[in-house]
Design a protein around this ligand. Structure first.
Ligand code: UDP
Length: 468
């Protein structure tokens, strides 16, 4: 292998959520900091349309060397329906020999390995090549939880979800027991020990990158850097990293429809790449939308029990599409979300609170209805609604029961047509401005990436000295 300028390898585990921000991190490192980036995409045999679309559009930007690693067979180790932490960390453990040989085949020897939250089992591949190792995590509060989990494990007796008091994490709002991430819901399950293990593996890295910025998460970032319980790993706030809108050539009919609508009059509804509602909840949401009489674009997916569904529109109430013909659109395919949220006619977002969606909403100045479903989404929803004041949230947790049509009507009207929505829009605009300031040249996130690149340069030098 020859050596040259700093070269980082990013390894993205399967799934849209991390692929979106991993790609954006890569693009930023290349375009703003002149790093050379090889981007390995780990695919599953059933990778989604969303993943292919993202990789395809990243290839057209031509900034990254994108290499897809072949799927690994984990069927002898985990059940097909094993929870996500168990499944994806197993994939990333088994990918190690393939990754190692792919790295040794690279013409330029890399100096840093960056993985996402599921990639920590692959971090030790970096040691073979004297590379630095980093973990890129979506949001600060869930990162604090995973780093602090080994301490909570010792301090808290019994299941987290039945605690009478909220969990205390230094630098974070108290975490309500019912908001904890899925792997902490049952301490007797294997998923729980996998989660603890990931927290421990993160502590062995050279740094943690997080898709936030200094002003958005000041106390949490400070605590993670200063409180021993977090493991004393350098933390770099490098966000907000979100996918930019695509080229005008990729414009869809949805955007033509939006062109015809009044400014900030449309609510966009989407539950991310994998969120689904029950059939009953679909009926209530449709009825609530109709009652609200607000314009909408709704990305509708079939309920999880109906995976083979070929007519998702049949889940809508009779006559709904006809009655709302002039008000809204229902989309059943992959929607161009960045472009939709960036359109001036969109004034609200009913979101499952995946962190990419939350950041895309903030950066487009769009207030939200927070409708968390799984993973760390409940923590994100609490942050958006209670700490940042840019979202309203249903009284009943959508995972605990059905949110009724009247409440949906009320929330939609609140965000789209009432004073409370206007106040949230003002707050979200302040966050948008502060996020943009962070990643502009000289901003805190720009500088954090520059610092990281400096570490890469130093390590490149060390590697050169060690090379035979
Ligand atoms: N997304 C999209 N079209 C869709 C659904 C999702 O473009 O129809 C994008 C969305 O813009 C976001 C990502 O997929 O960038 C989803 O990431 P997020 O963290 O919000 O949620 P997840 O899918 O990981 O639950």
């Amino acid at each position: 292998m020859e050596t040259s300028n700093p070269h980082a390898v990013i390894v993205s585990s399967p799934g849209v959520g991390h692929l979106v921000c991993d790609l954006e991190l890569g693009h930023r490192l290349v375009s703003d900091h002149n790093l050379h980036v090889t981007f390995f995409v780990v695919v599953e045999s059933n990778s989604s349309a969303g993943e292919s679309e993202l990789v395809q559009s990243a290839r057209t930007r031509k900034l990254l060397d994108i290499i897809e690693l072949p799927p690994v067979d984990i069927s002898s180790q985990v059940e097909p329906n094993a929870p996500i932490f168990t499944r994806l960390t197993t994939v990333m453990r088994e990918i190690r020999p393939t990754l190692s040989s792919a790295i040794s085949d690279l013409k330029l020897s890399p100096t840093a390995l960056i993985v996402d939250i599921f990639g920590t089992p692959a971090l030790d591949v970096a040691d073979e090549f004297h590379m630095l190792k980093y973990v890129f995590v979506t949001s600060a509060w869930p990162l604090a939880l995973i780093l602090y989990a080994p301490i909570l494990d010792k301090e808290v007796e019994g299941e987290y979800v039945v605690q009478k008091q909220p969990l205390r994490l230094p630098g974070c709002m108290p975490v309500r027991p019912e908001d904890v991430v899925d792997p902490l819901l049952n301490r007797t399950k294997h998923e729980y020990s996998v989660f603890l293990q990931v927290g421990l593996e993160m502590r062995q890295s050279d740094g943690l990158l997080v898709n936030t910025w200094e002003d958005l998460d000041t106390p949490t970032l400070k605590a993670m850097r200063e409180e021993e319980g977090y493991g004393s790993v350098p933390v770099y706030a490098v966000g907000p990293l979100v996918r930019p809108v695509g080229p005008p050539s990729s414009r869809s009919e949805l955007l033509d429809w939006l062109d015809e609508q009044p400014v900030e009059s449309v609510i966009y509804i989407s539950f991310g790449s994998a969120g689904v509602l029950s059939a009953q909840q679909i009926t209530e949401l449709a009825s609530g939308l109709e009652l609200s009489q607000q314009r909408f674009i709704w990305v509708l997916r079939p309920p999880s029990k109906d995976k083979a569904c070929n007519d998702v529109l049949a889940y809508l109430p009779d006559g709904f599409l006809g009655r709302t013909h002039d008000l809204g659109l229902v989309v059943t395919k992959w929607a161009p979300q960045s472009e939709i949220l960036g359109h001036g006619s969109v004034g609200g977002f009913l979101s499952h609170c995946g962190w990419n969606s939350a950041l895309e909403s903030i950066l487009n100045g769009v207030p939200m209805i927070a409708w968390p479903l799984y993973a760390e989404q409940k923590m994100n929803a609490t942050k958006l609604a209670e700490e940042l004041g840019v979202a309203v949230r249903p009284k009943i947790a959508p995972t605990k029961g059905i949110v009724g049509r009247e409440e949906i009507e009320m929330m939609v009207r609140k965000v789209m047509a009432e004073q409370e929505g206007k106040a949230m829009r003002d707050r979200v605009m302040e966050l948008k401005n502060s996020g943009e300031k962070a990643w502009n040249e000289g901003g805190s996130s720009f500088n954090a990436l520059a610092q990281l690149v400096k570490q890469c340069e130093l390590n490149s030098e060390r590697q050169r000295v060690k090379a035979p």
